[in-house]
Design a protein around this ligand. Sequence first.
Ligand SMILES: Nc1ncnc2c1ncn2[C@@H]1O[C@H](COP(=O)(O)OP(=O)(O)O)[C@@H](O)[C@H]1O
Ligand SMILES: [Mg+2]
Length: 384
Amino acid sequence: MLNTRLNCAIIDDDPQDARLVARYIDKASTGMWRADCFHTLDEGKDALASAEFDVALVDLHLGPDSGIQLVKEFDRKRGGTPIIMMSGAADVDIEDTALTLGAYDFLSKDNLDARTLRRAVNHVYSAHAIEEALRRSAELAQTSNEAKSSFMACMSHDLRTPLNAIIGFSDALLMAPEGTIREEVVREYSGYINQSGKHLLEIINTILDLSKIEQQEFELQKEWVDISELIELQLAVLRPVAENRNVTLNAMFRHNGELLLVDARAMRQMLTNLLSNAIKFNQSGKNVMVSTSLNNSGLEVRVSDEGCGMTGPELKLAMMPFGQVTNDPLLARQGTGLGLTIVQSLMEQHGGELTIDSRKGVGTSARMLFPSSCVSDDAIKVQA
Ligand SMILES: Nc1ncnc2c1ncn2[C@@H]1O[C@H](COP(=O)(O)OP(=O)(O)O)[C@@H](O)[C@H]1O
Ligand SMILES: [Mg+2]
C-alpha cells in the first residue's frame, strides 16, 4: 500500500494535533500519502461527502461536537470513507462505541507515531477495499437476479401467447361435432396453428442462441473479414424481403475491401437483425442505408432507416429482452423481441457496443462500433 497514493483527511479541532498527524502521515509514507486538515464537524462532513478521501482520521472531540457523529453519518455499510477515530485519552467504553458504530480503528493520540499510523492506515485501507468489493459483488448478484426474473416473466408471456392460440384453435377443431365444420374453417384454423407453432419454434431457437451467447459458449472465431463484401452479401440475401415491402437497400462504404477482425457468423447475424428491423419498421417507398466510417474509437457500421422511429421510452423498451414497441400484431409476430438483445450481446463480446438513435416518425439509426483493435492498420493509414 505504501506505493499507492492515498488521500487522507485529518479532522481534528486542535490545529497543532492535526499538523502533527499530517507530519506522521508524510513520514510514514515517505511522501506518498497526502493529508488535508479540517477543524470542525461541518468541515469534516463536507470533506467526507466529497468522497475524495481514501481514509479519514477523526478526533473524538471536535469542539462542542463529537467525531462519532461522522462515523454515524458516513455509514460503512453504504461504502463511505473508512474512519479511524483518535482520542487524547484512552477510554475503553468510547473505543467500543466508536468501533460498534462502524469506525475501522481507534488510536490514542498519546502514543501515536509514524509507524503506528502507517500500520493502521494500511490495514484500514485494505479492509475497506475488501468490504467494497464484497458489497459490489452482492449488488451485482442482486441486479442479475432481478434481470433473470424479469427475463423469465417476459419469456413465459411470450411462450404462452402462441401456445394458447395452438390449444384454442385445435380445441375448436376437436370439439366441433362431426360434419359441422366447413373445410375452409379447418384450413384457416390449421393455418393459425401452423403459424403459432413456427413462431414458438423461432422463439425457442432464439432463446437458445441468446443463452449460448450469454454463457460465452458461443466462442467467437475472429478472422479478418472484408466488411464491405460481407455487407453486400447480406444485402443480397435480404433484398427480396425489402422489395416485397417496396423498401430500397443502399450501401456506402468508407472504402471497399476494408478489413475488420470479427466473427463472420456473428457479424452476419447482427447485420440480419438490424437490417430486418430497418426493413420491417420502414414505410413503402423509403430507404435503408448501411454505411461504414472510421472515428477515433474505431470502425462504425451504421444501419439507418426512414421508418416509424421510436420515442426515448419506446427505445428503452425495445432494447430490453422481449421488448416490442410496435402495436401492429402482424409485425410483432414476425419477431421475438430478442433481435436487439442479441446484437448488444455479440457487440459486447467483440469489445464494442451498439448504440441506437431514433426519432418518432423520422427514422432509426443503429450503430455498431468496433474498437480500434478490430480495425486493420491499413484502414488507420488510409484515414491518416
Ligand atoms: N429500426 C426500427 N424502427 C422502429 N422500431 C424498431 C426498429 N428496430 C427495432 N424496433 C422496435 O424494437 C422492437 C425490438 O426489436 P428486436 O429486438 O429486433 O425484436 P423483434 O423481434 O420484434 O424485431 C421491435 O419489435 C420494434 O418495436
Ligand atoms: Mg428484430
